[in-house]
Write a protein that binds this ligand. Sequence first.
Ligand SMILES: [Fe+2]
Length: 277
Amino acid sequence: MTAALWPATLHHLRRDSPEAERLARFYGELLGDRVEALPGGEWLVAGRGRMLVVGEGAKCAVPYFALEMRDAAQLGAYRRELEQRGAAIEPSPSPLFAPGAFAVADPDGRRVVFGLPASASGTEGKTVARLQHFVCASTQLENMLAFYRDRLGLVESDRVLEDGALAAAFLRSDPEHHSFAAFRAPESRPDHHCYETGSWNDIRDWGDRMARLRIPLWWGPGRHGPGNNLFFMIEDPEGHKVEFSAELELVPRETAFRTWPHEQRTLNLWGSAWMRS
Ligand SMILES: [Fe+2]
């Protein structure tokens, strides 16, 4: 069990597409963020409290997500802990982290990057929506939970069980209920990423923005059981889900995980749910 990961927060992720510039411009319009070409051929979509790297690649892919550590001392201590336990440390694939960042591959082959930002996040922009969590679906959920909890040191917040079998796992790396979660599914794939807003009124305002952009809400509004957050989701042009959230629960580090039944009400206390399995 590693101690050095706490606290770490989701800083950015990379979303791939065969039409990277088109996807980057979609996110720029969705969020009202600036879009710029990066030297390596990738695209950066950046706004207040959020950064997204868009690259050429497979439709809907998220090849890595990146956690920001508190400082260089924490980053170094965490790397030493992982090395002592035999983790295969790889170079960071991210253009947004400073030298010293590194990555490890999870059981599905997705990279988790740890580092410190090369430059401060933007503060411009009126809209509140901080990149907060990434979720994937997996055919090997037990292995994923073991990796993220026992190898990387995230703390389990909630688990969803169906007849005793694991159907979903939510893990935190700071007091916010989850920075990462995984669902059992027939195929391993990215599931969604989420922007945490400041209040229910922000959810209203983002919903109105979706209306102006003629982007229909795909699921919600509702309230999740695990995390207790208000939410809605939309789809990007390739079907990857994007969530807007408010009131995500805060959970002290020592709090033990809870267990939920695998039913629609767990995933949406207000009504129907997206069941991945
Ligand atoms: Fe979510």
